[in-house]
Design a protein around this ligand. Structure first.
Ligand SMILES: Cc1cc2nc3c(=O)[nH]c(=O)nc-3n(C[C@H](O)[C@H](O)[C@H](O)COP(=O)(O)O)c2cc1C
Length: 433
């Protein structure tokens, strides 16, 4: 039988991906005190390059040092470090695979200890337990135009450094996703209101990058199929935006979902969109959380599609490709514990990745003094994410992964790691409220 995972894929810009497995973007937290690339990035990405995926997407790289997703983010805003970035790109493409830089601005999802008044489309705070995120400030039009220029600058630098493409992060509730959602974007000017206006920031970022990098450079967009929140960006709106992105010439669309208020991208959110688009148990069993939605895109346009979220077995990946619902299978968490998994899936030597997330449940006896369920849920969600983030840090430092770590240990160790990284930052000061 034909090995569908091993088939090459030609993108609209002419570039060919050597197979159908992509490592999805995962934040590394490995930048130095000036937010520049380090030998830790080289080590981590050399491992993934040798691991066999045709495409590697980097963790999100920020366009502005005052808007970080976490302290160890890589930033490109005239902070130097081009040689280190080139070394990173060389290591990450060693096996001849593609390496695309994911570019982001977190907007109101910038942690409060980093920015006490982050920029966002509107001054609407996140609805989350705790005080991790500060209330945002509504952007002026000049600030929106500045962010668009920054995005193009980062893409141009990525190309110059040897990254072979870029991805615009417009998913998971970060700035461009905030623009898309009527819940977080209540502007009354050209950047808010109608869907066309809410999608303007994303399309302008795409156009600015295309202009800066040329017609032959792959540009991908990662977008939510829906926000899974009442009154939020829903799947009908998403279909319209997909059509516009296709017309504009996007090379690969990656579909994901959720945000910090609803963690659907990790298959754990419980919200419901106006269209009832929850991640159902049946979907979770089929492994691909967003495949059903992808199948709605096909009749609308033939943009190359990557789906990320939940894939664990070779059988499910092959079935998804066979169904014609997608072109590229995105893998995140499995590649935090086994960098060689793509090669093993491609040559058929493994059928299944270990699904560690099923064991990452918080033992109630471990935090008996935390009585409210919302806080426990938060510890479990962020401890689970921290567990995977820590594995990437270990790999970046040349250490082995630690799969025995409990979710609570991971929560504590991860907070400590982030506090240490924050304390080491130079040439940087937190933005006051
Ligand atoms: C440790 C970790 C870091 C992540 N960082 C990013 C990121 O920087 N950008 C992004 O778009 N998604 C990020 N994600 C989401 C993944 O790209 C992916 O959508 C998600 O993990 C679901 O895929 P999976 O089920 O294969 O893990 C991250 C996920 C994990 C586990």
């Amino acid at each position: 039988m034909q090995n569908l995972l091993a088939q090459p894929l030609k993108l609209p810009c002419g570039v060919v991906l050597s197979n159908r497995i992509a490592k999805a973007a995962m934040t590394e937290g490995l930048a130095d005190e000036y937010h520049c690339a380090t030998d830790r990035h080289e080590r981590l990405y050399r491992g993934w390059s040798q691991g066999g995926a045709g495409l590697l997407l980097t963790g999100n790289v920020q366009v502005d040092r005052s808007h970080l997703e976490r302290p160890g983010n890589l930033v490109i805003d005239n902070n130097g470090g081009l040689e280190a970035l080139k070394a990173y790109a060389r290591a990450g493409t060693e096996a001849g695979n593609h390496l695309w830089m994911q570019i982001n601005h977190p907007g109101r999802q910038t942690p409060g200890e980093l920015n006490g008044a982050p920029l966002a489309p509107s001054a609407i705070p996140l609805r989350m337990a705790g005080d991790k995120f500060a209330p945002p400030r509504a952007m002026t039009e000049a600030q929106i135009l500045d962010v668009i220029r920054r995005w193009a600058h980062v893409a141009r630098t990525a190309r110059e450094a040897g990254f072979t493409g870029v991805q615009i992060h417009a998913a998971h509730g970060y700035l461009l996703s905030q623009f898309l959602s009527p819940l977080s974007n209540q502007r009354t000017d050209a950047w808010g209101g109608s869907l066309e206006n809410r999608a303007r920031a994303l399309l302008e970022v795409y156009r600015a990058i295309r202009k800066a990098t040329g017609p032959d450079f792959p540009i991908s967009v990662k977008m939510n199929s829906a926000d899974f929140q009442k009154g939020g960006f829903d799947s009908d709106e998403c279909l319209h935006v997909v059509r516009w992105l296709h017309e504009a010439g996007v090379d690969l669309l990656e579909i994901s979902g959720g945000n910090y208020e609803q963690l659907q991208m990790l298959g754990s959110g419980e919200g419901e969109g106006t269209d009832g688009s929850v991640v159902r148990e049946s979907t979770r069993k089929r492994e691909a959380y967003f495949l059903e939605f992808a199948q709605k895109i096909r009749p609308v346009c033939d943009i190359p599609l990557m789906i990320t979220g939940g894939f664990r077995s070779r059988a499910a990946m092959t079935a998804a490709l066979e169904s014609g619902g997608l072109d590229v299978v995105g893998l995140g968490r499995p590649l935090c514990v086994d960098q060689d998994l793509p090669r093993k899936l491609l040559d058929g030597s493994v059928e299944m990745s270990p699904a560690h997330e099923r064991n990452l449940k918080l033992d109630p006896a471990v935090v008996p003094d935390v009585s409210d369920q919302a806080t426990r849920d938060l510890i479990e969600a962020f401890g689970g994410l921290g567990w995977y983030c820590l594995q990437l840090i270990y790999l970046g430092h040349g250490k082995s992964v630690d799969t025995q770590m409990s979710v609570y240990e991971a929560f504590v160790r991860y907070q400590e790691n982030e506090a240490t990284t924050l304390a080491q930052l130079r040439d940087w000061k937190p933005v006051a409220a």
